[in-house]
Structures are given as C-alpha cells and as structure tokens.
Ligand binder design. Sequence first.
Ligand code: Q0Z
Length: 300
Amino acid sequence: MSSILTTTDLPGIQRVASGKVRDVYAVHDDKLGELLLIVATDRISAFDCILPQGIPGKGRLLTQMSLFWFDFLRGIVPNHLVTADVNAYPAPLHDFRDRLEGRSMLVRRCRMEPVECVARGYISGSGWKDYKRTGAICGIPLPAGLRESDPLPEPIFTPATKAETGHDENISFEAAAHIVGRQTAEVLRDLTLRIYTAASLHAESRGIVLADTKFEFGWHEGVLLLADEVLTPDSSRFWPRDEYLPGRAQKSFDKQFVRDYLEILDWDKKPPAPPLPEDVIEKTAAKYREAYTRLTGNAI
Ligand code: Q0Z
C-alpha cells in the first residue's frame, strides 16, 4: 500500500526545482556524474491552482507512463533516464525508498534547450485561439474553415517559450531558430514530429487520440536526449476516440470530474483552491489508471 504524497522533503538532498506536480533534486554519483532525481507527487492542478488534496496513485502512474514511452521510443531518440530502480540509486537515497519507489526516476543532468517542443495533430487550446485570430498557429498557415478539435492536414511543430506568467507563449519556427540556432531548431522539429507520429499511431491503436504533446530536450556529452516527462496527461491532450467529436472542445481525459465539480462552486479560481469530495478524487484516480492501462496494455 503506498500513501498519497503531495510534498516531498528528502533531508540532506538538494531540491533544485518544483513544478505543479513534480519535484527535482540534484544527486551526484561518482561513476555517473551529475544526476537529477525527479519525484512525481500525487498533486493535481486545475485552473492553474494546485488543489489541497492529492490523487492516490497519480505520481506512480505518471512515472510509469513516461517509462513506458521512453522504452517505446528508444529506437527513435535516446533519453535522459538512468534508472527507476531505487536499489540502483546512490546509497543516500535508499533511506527514502518508501517515498521514491514507483514514482521517481534518476536522470542525466542535461543542458536543456530553452524551447518547449510541441507537436499538434489536432487544433485545440492555444492553437485553436491563435487560429481563430490569425488563421495560423506559430506562423504556420492553415486551411480556412477548420472547427475546434479538427485534425490538422498533417502534424505541426509549434514551439513555445516559458513566459513570465508561467504560461507558455507560442513562437514561430524562426523565433525558435533565433533562440537555439537554426540547425538545432531543425533537429528539434524533426525529432518532435517523428516522436509524435510514432506515439500517436500507438495511442490511436489503443483508442486514444493524442491531440498534442510537449517535449523537452537537453544535451549530455554531446548527445541530444529526450528529457523531462513524456506523453503523460500532464504534458499532452489525450481524448478518448469513442467520445471524440470535432466542433467543440473535448473533455479532458483526466481532469474532467475535477473541473466539472469546481465549475459548480462559487470559487474565484484564485488560491487557495477548495477541497474536492471523495468521489471526485476516486473517479479522477480511476481516469489515471485507465490512461495507463489503455496506453500500455499493462494491468495496474
Ligand atoms: C527539467 C521541470 C520538473 C519542475 C530542469 N534531465 C534534465 N537535465 C536538466 N534539467 C532538467 C532535466 Cl529533466 C529539468 N525541468 C523542468 C521538471 C519539475 C521543472 F519535474 N527542469
């Protein structure tokens, strides 16, 4: 039985970053050099707020999903994973086995490219907003008359940068080339589209539309690695194929029960977020289990 974890604290281990869901620690290994330990908690956010309760199993399911995809994609792109086996972690981490097992990975510390690499096969979210305003996404002109959630004529690379607001800002390929260099931008674009195409074919075979997804890449010893988390509901839009209907926004695979509940409350969407009822938590946990079993074919 593993308990719900919403905050991590590893005494004696240096925390270097915290996201909405994951916490990152710096770890040194005499053989492997500078590493990071990424711990996925059970935290969940909605309307940009972290909710007060965790979703049981979420951190483990997200970690296992990323591990599945790293393995699935290994013929296309090398990745930052060193190991997710706590027994193989440096000895100082063994004390925290209970908090780390199943929900953490030890990765190579890379020099990250400062561009978020987004692939889109369907028009949704900020892409739909930009298209309605300009007829294009990230400067890529698109046919007239597309409806919200329609498939695009072909998958497109829509880079973004982290803006001050914490929200990503879509940029043109030219702007990305300015930031990372043209040759690197071309490699990032080609890798992103190849990964998206392979993953979306697999997801489709399992009844899930992979509408869009975000990758991050980093350099380690002269090699470009797929880093961060990959193809989880936190980094992607998954839509159940049997409920897909263009012409409207699609329901969120994982967070719909949470959003529906919060929308009926008289809450101004500023922190602190209100507590969730137990049935909303349990139904949401079941959606993460469903995403994992559908995509991987593995039992929980
Ligand atoms: C990724 C992030 C997260 C908050 C740093 N292999 C790597 N090498 C160097 N840096 C990173 C990685 Cl993955 C890195 N982030 C994004 C992840 C929580 C922020 F889990 N930050």
